[in-house]
Design a protein around this ligand. Structure first.
Ligand SMILES: N[C@@H](CCC(=O)N[C@@H](CS)C(=O)NCC(=O)O)C(=O)O
Length: 331
């Protein structure tokens, strides 16, 4: 039987978040932080058919992991399991709805929490996606998407054709060593004010925390717009897709369809107000070339995104946007 939905999302324990003193939403720090490695003797060696990515099509953090799995062509190397888009009171679940898995194919579980308890019987944190699972040690390697994606860039390259291996890619691949510190710098403000910023806006405990988050989002989107306008190529760091594009993309894909209305990030829309970001987004979404092979579109599920965010609790914030409230008469 499919798990039941709480009538009022506010009643769900899963939506009882932690906040800073000023009311800013505080995300849990991920607790499984091991790495798949090609080093001899590694506890989690890079092997084909050994690891499983548990994901959810609405979640931007899980989607970035799915995106990199597809971008790298790892579909036959790393198994993927899809949970329902709805966050039930018991957490992420297997229902078979909308293309998700009916039941956990490994252990017959109905909830993601069961996997967490299999890995660590005393686990007391949140049952988040994505999860990278090791079928040999029967445990979670990592539940931190920023680290999972870095594992996927090159650890499994031995199982891929030469053209998909990072060492053969022009300009150093998805995380070029010469751009590492610049990409890390960008990741840090993009995470704080955009990727996680939208959650700070939507899940703020009070109006002023909401407003602070919304203003920070648009300040950073202006900054991204400027970076793209000055870029020497179509992407954030020039002619090739890098981690910076990968980490920005899931939030931009969700912006107009979910965050604008449902998290009240409504000072501006990407499609109408940010021409450079819109051009960048459409290029990535529709690209079928050898550079991405359709991976961005293939990892974007608007139906699950809308349904997933529509079931999150609404707060009665006073909307900041649109800005201005009314446009001048057209001349
Ligand atoms: N830092 C984590 C965050 C993952 C995360 O918060 N995922 C959300 C879904 S978008 C989740 O699973 N939430 C369930 C919960 O908090 O109970 C990552 O990037 O992997």
């Amino acid at each position: 039987m499919a798990p039941s939905t709480a009538d009022n999302p506010e009643d769900k324990d899963v939506y009882k978040f932690n906040f800073e003193k000023n009311g800013t939403f505080k995300r849990q720090v991920s607790s499984f932080r091991s790495w798949v490695s090609t080093e001899p003797g590694a506890r989690f060696p890079a092997e084909k058919d050994r690891y499983v990515l548990y994901m959810n099509r609405g979640c931007p953090w899980a989607s970035r992991a799915n995106l990199v799995r597809t971008l790298k062509g790892l579909e036959d190397v790393i198994q993927m399991v899809v949970l329902d888009w709805e966050l039930f009171p018991e957490g992420w679940s297997f229902t078979g709805r909308d293309g998700s898995d009916e039941i956990d194919p490994l252990y017959g579980f109905k909830r993601l929490s069961e996997l967490y308890f299999k890995a660590e019987p005393s686990f007391s944190g949140r049952y988040t996606v994505p999860v990278l699972w090791d079928k040999v040690h029967e445990t979670i390697v990592s539940n931190e998407s920023s680290e999972i994606i870095r594992m996927l860039y090159s650890a499994f390259d031995a199982f891929l054709p030469a053209s998909l291996q990072e060492k053969n890619k022009p300009d150093g691949g998805l995380l070029p060593p010469h751009l590492l510190s610049e990409i890390d710098d960008m990741n840090s403000w993009v995470y704080d004010t955009i990727n996680n910023g939208v959650y700070k806006a939507g899940f703020a405990a009070n109006q002023s925390a909401h407003e602070e988050a919304v203003r920070a989002i648009f300040k950073s989107l202006d900054r991204v717009e400027d970076i793209l306008a000055k870029s020497t190529g179509p992407y954030l760091f020039g002619s090739h897709v890098t981690e910076a594009d990968i980490r920005l993309y899931p939030t931009i894909a969700r912006f107009d369809v979910a965050y604008y209305a449902l998290f009240m990030c409504n000072l501006k829309m990407i499609r109408h107000d940010y021409p450079e970001i819109q051009k960048w987004f459409l290029r990535l979404y529709w690209d079928e070339s050898g550079e991405t092979r359709g991976a961005f579109k293939a990892s974007t599920f608007f139906d699950a995104i809308k349904k997933g965010y529509a079931q999150t609790p609404r707060k009665n914030f006073l909307p900041l946007g649109p800005d201005p409230d009314v446009l001048p008469v057209a001349s």
